[in-house]
Write a protein that binds this ligand. Structure first.
Ligand SMILES: [Zn+2]
Length: 77
């Protein structure tokens, strides 16, 4: 049980590394690294998010791919 057994809501396969805390579509809250990266590259990065792995995996993706990082924030649990 719990978030660690979830799968990515987008590809239904990968292990989620980030959760969208203010999702446009409630069916798409959990994202794996590959899907999250694709979303950032598409220019549609998650605005209010929470890291799920206890390390800033999504933050690193933003660092690598998104020049607008300052507009995004961590959501407090
Ligand atoms: Zn995925």
């Amino acid at each position: 049980m719990g978030a660690h057994r979830r799968r990515c809501d987008w590809c239904n396969n990968g292990t989620p590394i980030v959760r969208d805390m203010d999702p446009v579509n409630p069916d798409y809250q959990y994202w794996c690294e590959e899907c999250a990266r694709a979303l950032i590259i598409k220019g549609d990065a998650i605005e209010t998010y929470r890291e799920l792995e206890g390390e800033p995996i999504y933050g690193r993706l933003l660092d690598e791919h998104c020049t607008l990082k300052r507009f995004y924030q961590f959501a407090r649990a």
